[in-house]
Design a protein around this ligand. Sequence first.
Ligand code: MN
Length: 412
Amino acid sequence: MKSFITYGRDSHFPIENIPFGVALINGEKRIVTAIGDYVLDLKMLEGIGYIFQEKKVFQTETLNEFMGCGKKVWTDARNRIQKLLDADNAELRDSEVIRNECFHLMKDVEMVLPVSIGDYTDFYSSREHASNVGEMFRGKENALMPNWLHIPIAYHGRSSSIIVSGEDVRRPKGQTRPDPNAAPVFGASKQMDFELEMGFFIGTGNNLGENITVENAEEHIFGMVVVNDWSARDIQAWEYQPLGPFLAKNFATSISPWIVTLDALQPFRTEGPKFEKELLPYLQTKGNPTFDINLEVKLKSGKMDEAVMICESNYKYLYYNMRQHLAHHTVNGCNTRTGDMMASGTISGPTKDARGSMLEITWRGTEPIKLPSGEERKFIEDGDTVIMRAYAKGENYTVGFGEVKAKLLPAK
Ligand code: MN
């Protein structure tokens, strides 16, 4: 495939990708795709009849209507957009007036939250992450809880505080107990952390009382984003038992603005880890149920000109895959709806440089990292920017997610 728009082989947005997002163009939220260094205005192309669908779903300010149409509509739309961008197709290529109107340089437009997000669930599906955290809090012997190898663990998160890349995050205040022999105290969190995750969006959901099987799960999944599940570790340590995280997590969750479809990710399918314990039949998946997606985290303090790499991981390290997430989430008859988001949990890998949170990288602050500026970090400090990127490598192209980036502001 070749587009008349040119870009390098490392561009995250070649014609093989065609992600979906919402951009602010002349003060208006418009549904767009990305190609090379440009965003392409799909609202306009649908409006003038270049994209024809039964329902005009690109005239709204979020992707929800489109997402609710189902897999065939998503695939048809993506195919049609690819066709419009094809170097051999004159329709858009030779329509100079329309071309001048519908392409915008990506660096000139602001991306906004692409979906009106419904319910948000965060899993805990990296064995390495669960083992690292378990070891720190409970010792090596009890690192993995007895249920972990049998069920995908998760908690219900909060969607109201999900924000898009580029929005700053405010250090939260809360209750902690720094001295286990003294009374708890109130104040700004002193252990701010990120969690490197990926999330998926429900396109078409299921009715209450029904369930989605591992075989059907991907029919319901619209696409994926990169997620930074901001975490206040000191608040978390004091509040998490017995019902799991609450205020340590719900003050902010950042996502990347582009949703990459599962169609675009097909070439990157892979098997994933072996299951140590035989799973119950409803969780057993066949074939290549996961994806080879490279993940990076970079950190930039206020004193640094350039961000430094602090983690390199991969989506394929996850023990439980998306099919299992959705099948498990609905096996009791829990309904899901268009726009719901499910995140993976921190994606750590088998090596030290693949640890997906500061908690693990610095081993709860006991092994601080040195930054090129000479500064040290145990956790994230005010003025630090955290940048996460994800991309899958093809033979001569890259299917990328762009980045999710946010700066930490001091507590109010
Ligand atoms: Mn998380």
